[in-house]
Design a protein around this ligand. Sequence first.
Ligand code: HEC
Ligand code: HEC
Length: 336
Amino acid sequence: MSRGARIWLLVFLGVATARLQTAGLPLWAYGYIALPATPGDYSARCLGERPLDCDRAGGLPSDPQNIIRRLPGSDAAFTIAQINYRYGPADWFPGDHPAMPGIVANGKEALGLRACALCHLPNGKGLMQNGGVAGLPAQYILQQLADFSSGRRRSADLNKANAFEMAAIARNLTADETKAAAAYFSSIPFTPWIRVVETERIPVFTATVNGLLLKADGDATEPLGQRLIELPEDTYQTNMLRNPRSGFVAYAPPGSLARGEALSQGCRACHGADLKGVGNVPPIAGRSSSYIGRQLYDFQQGARNGDMARLMKPAVDTLSDDDLIAIAAYVASQQP
Ligand code: HEC
Ligand code: HEC
């Protein structure tokens, strides 16, 4: 085959894989309103050693005027640049969590490895576009970091830059850093962070490039339809201030909770009667509905394919898109 033909074949294969991966994505779980016209492929782009190479510009807010911001109940004061500082983001409430290990608080600037606390927040509650890591069993966290690192866990959405950055981060941690981060996050109890509401209409919203959905200004509403839409309770508190005490609300189609309860009976055999986890099987109750939906779809696609993940696959194989909505809504509505 000529060189030109080979290049065209590669381009064709690349486009074909990207289509296959994105065709059935439940958009709500991946933080899209609509798929971008040409979704990127971060699986290839992030194979370099610097995790920051995976970053997609425009994901974080900026404030050229550097106004000092404050939060009720906190003595701290930060500018938006400080709040989003890659190697030491704002810690509004240091009393809410144990002392952070260096890797969690600061990452590793020399490697372009951003602080865990930037994305998952200092208290590990996480945002819908990443996920909560607080209160997970340490052994489970270690296993996930190993699976990200080996490529046995990735996102079904090749355009999900932050998930591929997460894998690059896992590849660049030392054994000691991995252990310190796992011990830290697992020691923090996961407390209520999301409220689930059944409704037919929801606030009009926008999407950031990294998969955080945000209520638009004003009081306009739109039909929810067959989606499960998770929004910060307060756009300014979450997106601008990264207030680690301001959580999320998920809007679910009427009937989701009852249907989800019925569908999730089988989950209890492994995740526990209250879905709070058993041994190294992770707790799922009360966690981000988008994160849960995204993981269920990733398991279905085989994108999470570690030894432990294979136990999950039969439980999700036959679930329809509507089942994912009902289950994710119900599980998120439970007491963590
Ligand atoms: C650039 C943002 C970012 C940073 C920084 C980051 N993560 Fe993540 N992390 C993610 C995303 C995104 C996911 C979820 C991927 C998905 O949904 O497929 C994730 C998932 C995880 C998970 C899996 C959680 C679960 O419930 O299975 C663990 C564990 C984790 N991260 C630990 C860490 C640790 C430890 C650090 C610091 C060393 C870190 N992360 C830094 C973005 C980040
Ligand atoms: C046979 C045991 C088993 C059953 C049944 C099962 N799970 Fe799991 N589940 C697991 C294991 C083990 C993991 C950890 C997978 C890994 O390490 O990647 C997991 C992981 C998950 C995760 C990812 C958690 C995270 O933090 O990323 C979600 C969400 C989940 N399960 C939901 C469910 C739901 C909903 C059901 C029922 C429809 C269910 N599981 C049924 C064993 C099971």
